[in-house]
Design a protein around this ligand. Structure first.
Ligand SMILES: NC(=O)C1=CN([C@@H]2O[C@H](COP(=O)(O)OP(=O)(O)OC[C@H]3O[C@@H](n4cnc5c(N)ncnc54)[C@H](OP(=O)(O)O)[C@@H]3O)[C@@H](O)[C@H]2O)C=CC1
Ligand SMILES: CC(C)(CO)C(=O)C(=O)O
Length: 294
């Protein structure tokens, strides 16, 4: 293994646990930053469980600055972890923002003392089964990162921990590709209370495709290289996910937690309106998400 580097994880939920286990398993000391005590975390992947020890820190005063911070909260939690980020980046370092959405750097840049922000698109389907436990279903890749210097350094860290990483020179397009999957799968699973398989039902698939075509139009207006084939391809990708795959928003709905809809559907609707693009289907879905969140 390469030199062990301390990694702090802010947001020890499904994705945070999956990444923490991969890194700690390869010898990196992991600091689990959070409100609930965690000394050991575990991931189940295709029936095989892997557990690792972590160091728990309860407050930002309990941690030292680290070379690597992973931000794995939901988008709307980001302001609430500002004190953690400020403390962990007091010596510089790099912050990998493993969240959905298209504006990672804008969201997190002001909170990290000028440290490098590495946006990361997560393709692991991760389900929190208990505190400190996640069940994962992997796809053809685990993470997508920008092909710049900080992104390449982060890719080395994750690849040495056994994760499959794609580096993309056009990260804007990559982020919009990921947002396409999220504007369809997350609301439609959360609203129906059903896992990703719901997208194979013809009427649901038809609605998803309308939402995806609107999202392609908005993404293009934002400079992403997308075509109508990407709408069809995103739906096909979601329909082909491993049986039982869930979504992060469905898990929040089931657990009675706040839904991450402002950062996903909300962003799309606002950008659509700014560009004068009709996002009727996504606006209707946004209204429903707001109603169940009230
Ligand atoms: N789950 C998945 O399969 C995928 C998720 N994503 C994206 O990854 C990101 C993370 O999602 P996911 O892992 O599912 O989210 P989870 O809800 O499972 O985890 C979020 C974690 O953040 C913690 N947290 C929130 N606020 C604070 C705070 N103020 N201080 C300390 N900890 C805090 C929560 O703690 P607590 O438990 O105490 O509430 C929770 O452990 C999201 O942007 C999501 O869209 C992307 C691809 C796949
Ligand atoms: C693509 C999908 C729905 C599954 O991993 C996701 O990104 C999420 O659950 O937030």
């Amino acid at each position: 293994m390469s030199t062990p580097e301390t990694v702090a994880v802010v947001g020890m939920g499904a994705v945070g646990t999956a990444l923490a286990v991969a890194l700690a398993d390869r010898g990196h000391p992991v600091v689990a930053c959070g409100r609930s005590r965690l000394d050991r975390v575990e991931v189940t992947d295709q029936g095989a469980a892997r557990g690792v020890d972590v160091d728990w820190a309860a407050t930002p005063a309990d941690v030292e600055p680290v070379p690597w911070t992973l931000l794995t909260t939901k988008i709307h939690h980001t302001p609430s972890v500002a004190d953690w980020l400020a403390r962990l980046t007091a010596g510089g370092g790099r912050v990998v923002v493993a969240q959905n959405g298209v504006d990672h750097a804008e969201r997190v840049g002001p909170l990290v003392n000028g440290a490098d922000v590495v946006p990361a698109l997560v393709y692991i389907n991760a389900e929190r089964t208990a505190p400190g436990h996640a069940r994962i279903r992997r796809t053809e890749r685990d993470l997508v990162l920008p092909a710049d210097e900080p992104g390449t350094a982060a890719a080395r860290l994750f690849e040495r921990a056994g994760l499959a990483v794609d580096l993309r020179p056009d990260f804007r397009t990559a982020a919009w590709h990921k947002l396409l999957t999220n504007v369809a799968a997350n609301p439609l699973t959360a609203l129906t209370g059903r896992r990703v398989e719901v997208l194979t039902e013809p009427a649901v698939a038809e609605l998803a495709l309308r939402m995806l075509r609107e999202a392609v139009a908005v993404g293009r207006a934002e400079g992403a290289e997308l075509t109508d084939d990407d709408a069809i391809g995103s739906l096909a990708w979601l329909q082909a996910l491993a049986p039982g795959s869930t979504s992060s928003m469905l898990q929040d709905r089931e657990a009675g937690r706040t839904l991450e809809y402002e950062g996903l559907t909300g962003t799309l609707v606002r950008l659509g309106e700014r560009h004068g693009i009709d996002v009727e289907a996504n606006r209707a879905v946004y209204a429903l998400l707001s109603a169940i969140s009230a």
